[in-house]
Design a protein around this ligand. Structure first.
Ligand SMILES: O=P(O)(O)OC[C@H]1O[C@H](OP(=O)(O)OP(=O)(O)O)[C@H](O)[C@@H]1O
Ligand SMILES: Nc1ncnc2[nH]cnc12
Length: 210
């Protein structure tokens, strides 16, 4: 059987996430592009706790009153950051159209790891938690910037003010153009490049390496 994508590589990329090193598998997402994949749900609770503590430290000066995270991989980031900030409630933007989300506020997004458009949904019952509030949005990775752009727009639709956007990793630079002036909201813990094919396997693309 022919696989739709090149076989997974056995290469990894080491990144220092604000004091904690992690080896990320380099995974092809097309014939000529690979990413260093962070699966936050596979790396243990201590890494999650570290990320929450470091993001909380960097977000605290922005004085957020509530955290908003994006399903799926933004959920542990939102929970750990909320806990580390000493807050209680958080709001999760869903991607699957659950039965109670028929009248949700929506934004259309396209992330680099998924095919086709996805919808980001904000439960109208969560609007009072955001209206008139200082909000920090969080996610695991910002790459194309489409997911974060959608979450920032949803918070604004709900009447909240986005004071910062915390991410574990910025990946390459496409997000800068997608977010425009809102790119200044990004508070990252580390940066990863993207990878193109070279004579010795996947190599970091210098244009994305900073
Ligand atoms: O900047 P972008 O190109 O939008 O990429 C970043 C998004 O991609 C991943 O989500 P994914 O769409 O894979 O969904 P998941 O969290 O449900 O796995 C990740 O969790 C971010 O939300
Ligand atoms: N490197 C990465 N790891 C996990 N999710 C991602 N979404 C976009 N880039 C990603």
């Amino acid at each position: 059987m022919k696989l739709p994508l090149p076989a997974a590589s056995d290469q990894t990329w080491n990144v220092d996430v604000d004091g904690r090193e992690i080896d990320l598998p380099i995974v092809p997402i097309s014939e000529d592009l690979a990413i260093a994949l962070l699966m936050i749900i596979d790396v243990g609770v201590r890494f999650g706790e570290h990320v929450g503590a470091r993001l909380a430290e960097k977000l605290r000066p922005h004085d957020p009153e509530i955290i908003v995270g994006t399903a799926t991989l933004g959920i542990p980031v939102a929970i750990e950051t909320t806990r580390a900030l000493g807050l209680d409630n958080y709001v999760i933007l869903q991607k699957s159209p659950k039965i109670h989300l028929g009248d949700a506020l929506t934004q259309t997004i396209t992330s680099i790891t998924s095919t086709g458009d996805q919808r980001l949904l904000l439960d109208r019952r969560a609007v009072p938690l955001l209206e008139g509030r200082r909000v920090a949005v969080v996610d695991d990775v910002v790459a194309s910037g489409s997911s974060l752009k959608g979450s920032i727009e949803l918070v604004r639709q709900a009447g909240g003010t986005v004071v910062a956007a915390g991410v574990i990793l910025t990946e390459a630079r496409d997000w800068e153009e997608t977010l425009g002036a809102d790119a200044e909201l990004i508070v990252p813990l580390a940066h990863i490049p993207q990878f193109s094919r070279g004579p010795n396997g996947w190599e970091p693309d210098p244009a994305t390496f900073r």
